[in-house]
Design a protein around this ligand. Structure first.
Ligand SMILES: [Zn+2]
Length: 307
C-alpha cells in the first residue's frame, strides 16, 4: 500500500512533489459507484503525483469501495495509461475507462496508473466479498435441467459464438453516459445466485431478472451497436449490445426482435418485446452485463430506482 491507498487518498499542496516536480493540472473525474450511490463530478487542481489518489477518490467524497460484480467507469487525464492486474485497459481520447470485477473475484486487484510522461504506480484495490442468494427450483422438466444430448452441438456452437463476441473491444465509450433500465417491474432474480435445479447445483445466475408480461417493450440500456440478435437455446430470442471498451449488455427470452446485427442504437431505443423463449419457467426479461468475458452485476451500473 502506498500513502495514496484506497479511501485515504489526499491531495496535499504541501507535498514536495506538488509544484516542484510536476506542476499542476486540471482534472475531472466521473466514477460510477455501487447501486444506491449517486454519480458525481469533481474538478480539482492536482499534481500528477496525486493522480493515483484522484482516480480513487469517490466523487461523492465517501470512502472508496469496490465489490464483486461491480462495473467501474470513470475518467483520467487523456494520455494516462491504466492496467488492471497487468492487463492494459483502453483509455479513450477524453480519458474514459471501464473495468469490472467478476462474481468470484478475490479480495484484491492491482491497478497500475501511468500518468502522461510519468512512471507507473501500482495501487491495490480492495474488492469486497458479497453474499449470494441460493435459489432452489423444483419440478422443472428434465430437459431444462440437463439438456438432451442432441442439443449439445448447438449449445457448444452458441457458447463459442458468445465467447467470441465478448472479445469485442470497440473504441466508442457509449457506456460513459450511464445506463437506463431496459424494462421496469419486480426483480424476480438477482445477480450471483447459486442455482439448484431439481436438487442439482448449476452455474450461478449472472443477470438480473425483471418480471414483465409477454409483449412488454424493451429498451437499449445505453447507446451502442447490436452485436447479436438471434434465437439461442438457453436464452431464446436474444439481443447483445456493444457499448464500447468491452462493456456489453444482453437481453434474453424476447418474444420479438426489432433490431438486426450491426445496427447502431441510441440509449433507450426499442429493441423488441419481452417474452418467455428459451429455457424459462415463465415470462421475464433476463438482463445481463459483461466486461469482456467477466459477467458484471447490472445493478452496479443501473440507477438505484427504475424508470
Ligand atoms: Zn435470469
Amino acid at each position: 500500500m502506498t500513502e495514496d491507498s484506497v479511501g485515504r487518498g489526499k491531495v496535499s499542496p504541501r507535498s514536495p512533489f506538488y509544484f516542484r516536480e510536476f506542476g499542476t493540472r486540471q482534472l475531472s473525474l466521473r466514477t460510477h459507484r455501487n447501486r444506491g450511490e449517486r454519480e458525481g463530478i469533481v474538478s480539482l487542481a492536482l499534481s500528477r503525483r496525486s493522480l493515483l489518489s484522484l482516480l480513487l477518490i469517490p466523487a461523492t467524497a465517501r470512502a472508496a469501495s469496490y465489490s464483486q460484480g461491480m462495473l467501474v467507469t470513470g475518467r483520467v487525464p487523456p494520455g494516462t495509461r491504466l492496467a488492471l492486474d497487468g492487463r492494459p485497459l483502453r483509455v479513450g481520447p477524453r480519458g474514459d475507462y471501464a473495468f469490472g470485477f467478476g462474481r468470484d473475484h478475490g479480495p484484491e486487484a492491482l491497478l497500475t496508473v501511468t500518468p502522461p510522461g510519468g512512471r507507473p504506480e501500482a495501487q491495490r484495490l480492495a474488492v469486497a466479498k458479497r453474499e449470494w442468494q441460493v435459489q432452489r427450483l423444483q419440478g422443472l422438466p428434465g430437459a431444462m435441467v440437463t439438456p438432451p444430448p442432441e442439443t449439445m452441438a448447438r449449445i457448444t456452437r452458441e457458447r463459442d459464438h458468445l465467447a467470441a463476441l465478448r472479445k469485442t473491444d470497440s473504441a466508442e465509450p457509449h457506456f460513459a453516459a450511464g445506463f437506463v433500465w431496459p424494462a421496469t417491474g419486480r426483480i424476480s432474480g438477482v445477480y450471483g445466485s447459486q442455482r439448484i435445479l431439481n436438487g442439482e447445483a448449476r452455474a450461478p445466475h449472472v443477470g438480473l431478472d425483471v418480471a414483465v408480461p409477454v409483449g412488454t417493450p424493451l429498451r437499449a440500456a445505453a447507446a451502442g451497436r447490436v452485436l447479436l440478435a438471434m434465437d439461442l437455446y438457453f436464452t431464446g430470442n436474444t439481443v447483445v449490445i456493444d457499448h464500447g471498451f468491452g462493456v456489453q449488455t444482453l437481453y434474453a427470452h424476447l418474444s420479438r426482435l426489432d433490431v438486426t446485427e450491426g445496427e447502431p442504437l441510441a440509449s433507450g431505443q426499442g429493441i423488441g418485446l419481452s417474452g418467455a423463449t428459451g429455457r424459462v419457467t415463465g415470462p421475464h426479461l433476463h438482463f445481463a452485463m459483461n466486461w469482456f468475458s467477466t459477467a458484471i452485476d447490472p445493478a452496479s451500473a443501473l440507477p438505484a430506482t427504475q424508470g
